[in-house]
Design a protein around this ligand. Sequence first.
Ligand code: C2E
Ligand code: MG
Ligand code: MG
Length: 703
Amino acid sequence: MAIVGYRQALHRSFIVCCICVAGIQFAQISYYEAKNVAEAVQALHWQGSFILALIPFFFAFVALYTGQRSILRWFMVVAAACTALLVAHLMAPFGLRFSTLELAPPIIMPWGEKLSGFKVSMSAWNISLRMLIMVITFWAVWRARGQYRRGERRSALLLVCYLGLHLAAFMHGALIDLGIVRSIYTAAFAFAAVPLLMGFGLVMDLDERSRTQARMLHELEESNQSLLSAKRDIAMLAHFDPVTKLPNRAHFREHAGKALRATGEPGLGGALLLLDLDHFRTINDGLGHHVGDEVLREVATRLQSVVGEECILANLGGDGFVVLCENRGSDANGVRAAAIHLANQMMAALQTPMQVGEHRLQVVASIGIASFPQAGAGPFDIFRQAEIALYRAKDQGRHTTKFYQSSMRIAVEQRLAMDRHLRGALERREFSLHFQPQVDANRCITGVEALLRWRNPELGMVSPVLFIPLAEETGLIRPIGNWVLEATCDQLAAWIHEGVEFGDHLAVNISPWQLSDPLFVEGLEKLLSSRSLDPRRLMIELTESSLLFDLEGCITKLTQLRAMGIKIALDDFGTGYSSLSYLNDLPLDILKIDKSFVRTLRSGERQPLASGIVAIGNHMGMTVVAEGVETENQREVLLEMGCEFHQGYLYSKPLEESAFRRWLIEGGSLSRAEAANENNPDQSSGFASPEISANLPEKFQRA
Ligand code: C2E
Ligand code: MG
Ligand code: MG
């Protein structure tokens, strides 16, 4: 063992110790076999020399074994002392052990064997040598104690075991030398325990080391496993959306790039469909991201179920999804028909409400489609075209599918310009409120609706039909909506204070996004009490889309608002996506028939839709208000149907506050021409910017 590790000082000192002990033992044998005094003295000289050589190396061994670093100085001291003793030993007639030595009468053993022996007397040197060995032994015990305390318990205990044996053998040797005991010396046998103990220690060490290695191996395997799974996760994150587990934008770009580039091949065409959830922000902000994520997962599953194997479905991040379909052998018309069919299927897949926790949510989407190949259009252009078509779908009231047409590009550029101008419009005080009266069958005013107006120096007057959806998408609706509510309450307070006869209520439009704010009810309550307003004078108008996302949540909030006294109207009724079934559960005061139903009213013609809505509203005990009443004819038809409350250009356009007051004073006699001027003094059309008005729905251009 010592030779294997001979490079270390500890092992080298142990080798010397072993050699010395062997020497001592051989000398002891020679002593026992000595026939005369001279031979015995020679053996004793050898033995003493080995003992004195052993002492400094044993010292070194213990010091190194117990972890002492710098031993050279003390080793030299012990070695010098032992050298001095060695000289004295060799010069003494019988060595240092004995002062006298003579042949003793032989001992006859019971079996007849004759053993010769020597009669000796112990010298003073012997005692001092033994004292030195005792000192080194106790010093070794002290060192072992330190080692034990440092935590190297097994090594320390093994050393103490050996020192115990050594001490016993040493005492035994002293008793022999004193002539008290007649026996052979056992010190060397005690030393033989050292290799055994060291071997035992080594086995234990090896065992421990192999266990440590096994543990380390296990840890390495574990960390290797976690490294592999981290690599997998990274690869997954790099290529798949973490929420929906669908391929992500980067992954899609790679595949789509290849597919779109290959469109040069004859007979290979297809379509790119971009789907964006309408009002997803409302769900995310109103109900929390965990609900939003659940919705996205469900949407992904539903879309996947309708998108075939030949198409790639990917998530572009958040609520944006993309589908790429290749149709081999189809002409442009075939591609178009297939894409529209798929878009309809996707819309239909989202139709059924989804249950997320306690929320029952209805999700709708807009889809933009672009087809390929197109001359000179690369993958980026086709993607951009689908994006433009999607914007168009969003602009046109959402929940629609639009196929890209080159004329849409201009509209999108205007949209981007509008987005740029809309940011900061509030700070630049570009918003104002206009007011449109609501009247009864006798043309008496029953209430007023506040309508937001945006006049931008560059764009002119921009319709809320255009900028409200944009504000909803960009999140700007929050500050804008707050401003509208505050301005409405200020106006209400001023009119009440000044005794203006504006009917029962002032109505304000609330976007779904505002209603989904968990603090909406609380905020409105604070606002009303800060202006000391009677909540019964305020009406909020909601569209059906507000109710789509979280019907139960809406019912709770509306019930709270109604309990405060605030009136609630359902705006644009009949244009929404949902069934009438929820009407019963909603705490509503007013149902507003959308102007699209009013526009088509003609006397003498059957009007099943409009009359149906009026009948439902009346049946449920709600006041039905028709909006968009423009002609006397429409008024009469409505009155015949039993709809007595109207709002529309026939009575007044939405007016600035001062014009509205004049309208009131003049008993609603402000002429339509005057109203048009009042509404927009510098332009005869309601919306100044030709670009913007060019994109307005027909109804607004007529305004
Ligand atoms: P709405 O709440 O249904 O408002 C009625 C719209 O119909 C108004 O358009 C009004 O000018 C128009 N209108 C009224 N009478 C007639 C008529 O006889 N013929 C025609 N063709 N139109 C008539 P406006 O002011 O452009 O507002 C459009 C929509 O924008 C509003 O529809 C409302 O949904 C939204 N909106 C307006 N102001 C706000 C607001 O402050 N907040 C929110 N969230 N939405 C608003
Ligand atoms: Mg309204
Ligand atoms: Mg309306």
